[in-house]
Design a protein around this ligand. Structure first.
Ligand SMILES: CC(C)(COP(=O)(O)OP(=O)(O)OC[C@H]1O[C@@H](n2cnc3c(N)ncnc32)[C@H](O)[C@@H]1OP(=O)(O)O)[C@@H](O)C(=O)NCCC(=O)NCCSC(=O)c1cc(O)c2ccccc2c1O
Length: 387
């Protein structure tokens, strides 16, 4: 009986929002988990045998270890750096369960990059495009450090080509977007090239083609991770927000400048920000156009983790390797599902496309095509109408 009380208390403690859990909707998520927990059937009170207790303990551990554990005590001098243990890669002493034993640590050897090319146009100048040797990771780096990696239309066109190639390459499972050097991820549109028609490369019309790039990243059926050192400002800040995950160095600075430089992004730049940080903070970010440190951005829910600058790529690669261990189809469907509501019809279409893709792989789907090719009536009678 005492043990049962302990287990219930343990579940309750695990289900309650941890001190580091983020504000607004994240809290309500954990609150509903806590509620769900109280609706779990009680442990079998009659079965107090060792075996029964172990079975319950295993189930408790299985549920509890899928929740974020509380942060470990902050390390001296690194208070702004979050160091959350994560999933298979970072289990602490309390997580020596079968899940950790099976999924375990990912290797931490350095990645070897080779230059990649999409083979479809002039050589890249504004972008460095690389793929990891023997691993499914692509890295796309904005290469204008002398302008704090501000983008011009040509930069955006090259980014789009590289993202297209990484999407088409079936050996690639995750894509890193970053900026050259440690001073900036990206400082937005190149203001020196701004015209009344948008941003214009020499001898070309103006355009706002970064908006198409944002959509491309959202629809790309593989995770895109923003690896941010230094400034992520203006259109550069929006680029990190449209990525699926953001790993920030402790020198990262985030902010919008639009209302100070005569610009605004009323599309994803507003709606996704509001989703990420909540409507009040989003108004603050846009109306006041202040800059925020990495640790402030972490508290606001703008980034996934903050790490020391010297560990930025190593940590990002670790996240990539953990993702690459997991089911690509599950991740593909989850990405489209997580975007579906916010992206309206386009989001629904992306998710629906995944459903069609999966259906094509089934015997039932194949029967329709085969019957058509054989000029016969399809026989769907053997496929169950599941409840
Ligand atoms: C990013 C900074 C805060 C960095 O400050 P720091 O002091 O470290 O560096 P410098 O200011 O000295 O910069 C070094 C060097 O780089 C040039 N530079 C930096 N950013 C830009 C830029 N965005 N455009 C052009 N040039 C840039 C800078 O001039 C220096 O050159 P020197 O020759 O003098 O050495 C700081 O640099 C800064 O505040 N940058 C500007 C940030 C900004 O306002 N960005 C534009 C926001 S608007 C935008 O990005 C945008 C783009 C779109 O395509 C849109 C499309 C549709 C809707 C909206 C859009 C939109 O809002």
């Amino acid at each position: 009986m005492g043990d049962h009380t302990f287990l219930h208390g343990y579940i309750f403690q695990k289900m309650l929002p941890s001190p580091k859990m983020k504000e607004n909707h994240r809290e309500s998520e954990s609150a509903s988990l806590a509620t769900a927990c109280f609706h779990l059937p009680p442990p079998p009170m009659a079965d107090t045998s060792d075996e029964g207790m172990h079975a319950v303990a295993r189930r408790v551990a299985a549920v509890a270890n899928h929740l974020s554990p509380p942060d470990p005590a902050p390390k001296a001098g690194r208070s702004s750096v979050s160091a959350r243990p994560c999933g298979g890669g970072g289990g602490g002493a309390s997580m020596k369960d079968s899940y950790q034993r099976i999924h375990g640590e990912v290797p931490d050897h350095p990645v070897v990059w080779r230059t990649a090319d999409d083979g479809s146009g002039p050589e890249f100048t504004d972008v460095i495009y690389e793929k990891a040797v023997g691993e499914g990771i692509a890295k796309i780096t904005i290469n204008r450090p002398e302008r704090r990696n501000a983008f011009r239309p040509k930069t955006v066109k090259e980014l789009s080509r590289a993202f297209n190639d990484a999407r088409d390459d079936v050996s690639i499972g995750v894509i890193i977007l970053t900026g050259k050097g440690t001073k900036a991820f990206c400082s937005g549109g190149d203001q020196a090239l701004r015209t009344k028609d948008g941003y214009a490369d020499p001898d070309d019309v103006g355009r706002l083609n970064v908006l198409d790039l944002q959509v491309q990243i959202r629809r790309l059926p593989k995770p895109v991770i923003a690896m941010v050192a230094g400034y992520a400002i203006g259109g550069g800040h929006i680029l990190h927000m449209v990525c699926d995950l953001t790993i920030a160095a402790d020198n990262a600075i985030f902010g919008q400048t639009g209302p100070k430089v005569g610009s605004f992004d009323a599309g994803y730049g507003s709606s996704i920000m509001s989703r990420l940080v909540g409507p009040k903070k989003a108004r603050e970010m846009w109306f006041l156009a202040r800059f925020y440190t990495a640790s402030e951005a972490d508290k606001m829910g703008l980034v996934n983790i903050v790490v020391p600058l010297e560990n930025l790529e190593q940590e990002t690669i670790k996240w990539c390797r953990e993702i690459l261990r997991n089911s690509p189809t599950a991740i593909r469907v989850l990405k489209s599902a997580l975007n579906a509501v916010d992206d309206g019809h386009a989001g629904l279409q992306e998710l629906a496309g995944d459903a069609t893709l999966l259906f094509y792989g089934t015997e039932e789907g194949n029967e329709g095509k085969t019957a058509y090719m054989q000029k016969r009536r399809p026989d769907f009678s053997k496929f169950p109408r599941l409840p």
